[in-house]
Each structure stands twice: as C-alpha cells, then as structure tokens.
Write a protein that binds this ligand. Sequence first.
Ligand SMILES: *Cc1c(COP(=O)(O)O)cnc(C)c1O
Length: 397
Amino acid sequence: MSSEFHETDDAVAAAPEGAWERVAEIDLSAIRHNVRRIKELVAPASVMAVVKADAYGHGAERVARVAVDAGAAWLGTAHVSEALALRAVGIDAPMLAWLHTSGTDFTAAINAGVDLGASGWELERIAAAAQEAAQPARVHLKIDTGLGRNGATADRWEQVLDTAMAYQDDGLLRVVGVWTHLAVADEPDRPETDQQLEAFRAAVALAENAGFDVEQRHAANTPALLSRPDAHFDMVRLGLGAYGLSPFEDQSPEDLGLRPAMTLKTRIANAKRVQSGQGVSYGLRYRTLEETTLGLVPLGYGDGIPRIAVEGPVQIGGQRMLSRGRIAMDQFVVDAGPETDPEALLDREVVVFGRGGPSVDEWAAAAGTINYEIVTRISGRVPRTYIEGSWGEASDE
Ligand SMILES: *Cc1c(COP(=O)(O)O)cnc(C)c1O
C-alpha cells in the first residue's frame, strides 16, 4: 500500500450523513472490547496494536486512538511511512515499524521517535540516520527463528549483535528489543512453534550475554497470544484479534470472546424479473434455472470484493442470498428467487459481512483465502464510518 493512503485524510472518504451508497461501518466499541480482552489475557505482558495496512482496512488513525485508549501500550506498523502518518496526526504512543528498504526514511523515523525493527543490513543506514538526526535510534533486533522472511538467521545473529553493539557504543542506537515472528501459530498442534520459541530464547540469551539490556522481548501474533501463553514474553503484537476475527479454522470470534468490528453494507442498485436461462455477468458462468428475480449489488473488486469469490453470501432482510456469476469491478448479482418482487428488492439494504450478515470467514471461504485478506482488501473507494456501542452495553461484560 502506498504511503499516500496514510498521509492524507481524504484517501478514504468519510461516509456522508444520512443517505449512503456503500459503507464499511467500523464499530469502535468492538475494537475497544477486543483490545481490553487481550490485554487482560496476556497481562503482565503489554499489547502492541498492529495497525499496518490502514489497520487491516479499518482506518489506522481511528483504530490507533481507540486501541491506545483501551490499553495498548504500543502501536505497530510494517512501514515507517505508516508510523509517520500516525505521528503526523498527533498520536504519540510508542511505535515500532519493521519492514524497510533502501528508500526508507530512517532519519524521519528517528526524529519522530519511531522504533525500528532491524534484521542486519539496516543497521548501517540507521546509524547514519541517527548521526543526521543527532540522536540515537531505538532498535528492535529481529531473529529469524524459522519463518524465512525478515530477521537474521541464527548463523548471522552474533555478527548482528556485534555490529549493533559497536553502534550502540558510539551512541548511535540503543537496542531496546529482540523479537521474532512465528510461522504456524494458527495451527497449535504443529511442532515448529516449540522450535521457534526455543530458538528465540537462545537468541535473547545471546543478546543479554553480549551486554544488551533487552527491555522488550516479543514473538506472539494473534494466534500465538491466544494459544501459547509461553510466547507472551514482554509484549504481544495484536493484529487480527483487535479487529475481532479468529485466526483459527475451528474457533469463531465468539468462541474467543472477540467481536468483529467491520460491517460492509450497500443497497440493491437494480432489481428485475428475468426468464429461465438468463445468463449472469461476464462469461455467463451462471444461468437462471427458472423465471426469477435478480438483484444487483453495487460492490466489486474495485471495492475489494475478491473477483475469485464464488457464491459469496449476503443478507437482505431475513434472506440469505449468494453471489451468482462473476464478481465484476463495480458490482455482482444475487439471484433472489422467484418469490421475490423486484420492486420490493430495489434499494434494500445488503449486508455483505459483519453485524446482521454473513461472517468475514464465510467470504474468506468463498474466495479461497483468509479473513485477514477480506477486510484488508476493502478499498479506499468504500467510505468508512465509525460507530460506538452497537453490541450493546449489556453484552459488554
Ligand atoms: C502483521 C503482523 C503481526 C500481527 O499479526 P496478527 O496475526 O494479525 O495478530 C505481528 N507481527 C508482525 C511482524 C506482523 O507483520
């Protein structure tokens, strides 16, 4: 995602009052509840709310404020530019950004008090940036304990520690954290998490033996913080769970005490009677089996509905309907059945997922993907609106 999405307020338009065409409604009380619940679960470890990718599509600024308000001690982003955008709107919580390139503005990050994840190669650039900023960088050294993405391998770890210590001795940086990322925590029965945590503890021990005062050891994402108390360490990095979604195939958000925060809604944009055999959408991959009523849902892949989805569910009043034929850029079609009067269908509210409708997980299944992707893809074309308390105070414990 480009940084422009985070640097201006109007990349994601605010939903107008009153009449609306399509909206992703974000329940801030659900996010508040989820962060509080996880905070209690992991105490005394602290919570970093991960708000990368515009807070998984929920809106980074609003989510960051609510998460901090609910007790998240830290905020996490992938890109420095995402962290800087939050600083620019006055959010001053501790922040960590961890995915860099040679184009990353480390000087701006240091000036803005953004902590930097580092795997090795970044240290030289971070040190140069610290010189320019005339203050030390705060660094979290990352060990690759098996995921094979970012982080130093165990082979290189001591060399990275040596390099970091030399810069630390020069006053150019301070190592405040050691961290890793887990590969299979969403499948708690797999043995690799044990191996990763063992490798992590060894890497932390090496850093401490080298003389670093490691304040923040962190390893757990949402699946690990839920299933592995031994992965909590000093801090957990909470992404998906803050948005009320479950990382486990066999457990719903409700099972985990979490509340989904995003509801995607629109209105039927056209409805009509068609004959049996009517083809539907590009490629005519669906044909009606009888005379029936079709409804047009004005959301498509331009809005982040995956084109690959087959039979994606929607809720219209008391009725569950399925997308039929291809999802197009702007729209898809539901077959409302022969009993439905097209005049009654036109302009009806359609819940694609969320409160009063199908789950994000059902859409993930329809598209052969995971719930993370469904919410994160909802594009800037869909206005976000923010509500409070739709889950009712009574259910708030
Ligand atoms: C995205 C991300 C997280 C959050 O993961 P969830 O499973 O959404 O909680 C944590 N750590 C890192 C390094 C990430 O990239």
